[in-house]
Design a protein around this ligand. Structure first.
Ligand SMILES: Nc1ncnc2c1ncn2[C@@H]1O[C@H](COP(=O)(O)OP(=O)(O)O)[C@@H](O)[C@H]1O
Ligand SMILES: O=C(O)C1=C[C@@H](OP(=O)(O)O)[C@@H](O)[C@H](O)C1
Ligand SMILES: [Mg+2]
Length: 201
């Protein structure tokens, strides 16, 4: 880069011409297994240039075991206790995008802490799309049943009224790419919650 270009660039920064968007609270994605919380959350954070964390990934890293192994060895109650601890640690950090596991929002104490430190977004999705995404993968222990599709639909029916308590419901469309979905989510989030981002010099 020529010196003149470099100095012009610095002047722009010094005069505040370059503003950075910062988040005022965490964006917390909730919703069913396969809705895309992990995939969309990661893309959303990349686009907003904020940290991304996923509660399942944090639990796996701390335990050095997969979610399936934790369920098999220590049981669901143990997993749920770790999940609550991890969420409260993640939410205490600098605002970013936090993707939760599908059951996290069911616990009142998790809803409470998410409400205090973040904006909850229910990533909703049709049952057909959920099933198409989860059916190939053996990574979700709750679906290791004789009738995994029936289990998925039952969980969806039980959980939907509780997911509906989120600050925002966002419907993910089956034919859209992850990138297009993130673009639309950013637009809906900033329209519905204008104070979510703030410009910082
Ligand atoms: N438009 C889309 N939105 C979200 N996920 C998508 C989309 N298209 C394909 N996928 C794939 O579907 C899967 C969604 O799973 P994941 O992000 O793990 O969901 P969750 O964390 O909600 O269980 C990923 O493998 C992702 O790559
Ligand atoms: O719905 C649930 O109770 C679960 C969802 C999973 O996360 P994803 O929703 O990211 O698949 C994972 O936390 C665990 O298998 C339990
Ligand atoms: Mg996930």
């Amino acid at each position: 880069m020529a010196i003149s270009e470099r100095s012009r660039h610095s002047v722009t920064r010094l005069t505040g011409g370059r503003m950075t968007q910062v988040l005022t609270r965490h964006i917390v994605l909730i919703g069913m297994m396969g809705a895309g919380k992990t995939a969309i959350g990661s893309e959303l954070a990349r686009r907003l240039r904020v940290p991304f964390t996923d509660s399942d990934a944090e639990i796996e890293a701390a335990a050095a075991m997969s979610i399936s192994e934790i369920f098999a060895r220590d049981g669901e109650a143990f997993f749920r206790a770790r999940e609550a601890q991890v969420l409260s640690r993640l939410l205490a950090g600098a605002p970013g995008v936090v993707s939760t596991g599908g059951g996290a929002w069911m616990r009142p104490e998790n809803r409470q802490i998410i409400g205090e430190r973040g904006l909850s977004v229910w990533l909703n999705c049709s049952p057909e799309t959920l099933w198409a995404r989860v059916r190939q993968r053996p990574t979700r222990p709750l679906l290791q049943t004789a009738d995994p599709k029936g289990t998925l639909l039952r969980l969806l029916a039980e959980r939907s009224p509780v997911y509906a308590l989120a600050d925002l419901e966002f419907v993910s469309r089956a034919g859209d790419t992850i990138e297009a979905t993130a673009t639309r989510l950013i637009a809906e989030l900033t329209a519905a919650h204008p104070t979510l981002t703030q410009e910082k010099p």
